[in-house]
Design a protein around this ligand. Sequence first.
Ligand code: SF4
Ligand code: SF4
Length: 224
Amino acid sequence: MIVAKQKPFETIYGMVAPNKRIMLAGCGSCVTVCFAGGEKEVGILASLLRMRAQKDRKDLDVVEATIKRQCDVEFIDELKPKLDGVEAILSIGCGAGVQYIAERFGKTIVLPGLDTTFLGVTEAMGVWTERCQGCGDCKLHLTAGVCPIARCSKSLLNGPCGGSMNGKCEVSADTPCGWQLIVDRMEALGILDRYEQITPANDWTASRDGGPRRIDREDLHEIK
Ligand code: SF4
Ligand code: SF4
């Protein structure tokens, strides 16, 4: 899932404060799972914004709306009936959601309430960690299912840098060395000989280096 966290409250308040009526838009997908931008967070943040505005003796009307996904037009359009008089939409969806809402409602200011961070997993309640950088040329079949790009701090494809200590990365004692994880798993799978083989360089044109990416599946075009 996409993992994100809320911006500091004062930053959010500073963005919305110039407006008299805003919509606070949540998203029911990834950011709900990571407790950053779902219906519950919309309710809490809306209350905090109202209280803060009241304290400042300022008019601030907050319209609450959470849709299933902010990255799909059909759901974004559900916001339309609630937009009367709204000067700005504060989205607490991921960066894709914020931008897609902005594209859909060209005449309304759209503000980001979250900092979108990575593609990751829930390791424990309240703990999320990165697993994938969306490189577009997946190498997991060559690295025993552990991503060398997302989980090695230097994104090394062919073995460790030599800086790890006790299985931890040299960047931080809290960060497992990605290559230690790869070697351990190869060992557990009985495929340690794979470690001797050279992993070819990534096709970075399939990553961000090739500019904004697009997937166009013609076989799906006709499906309603
Ligand atoms: S190799 Fe690329 S696509 Fe595969 S998990 Fe790593 S970053 Fe993601
Ligand atoms: S210590 Fe491990 S994870 Fe950190 S940069 Fe070196 S090989 Fe990569």
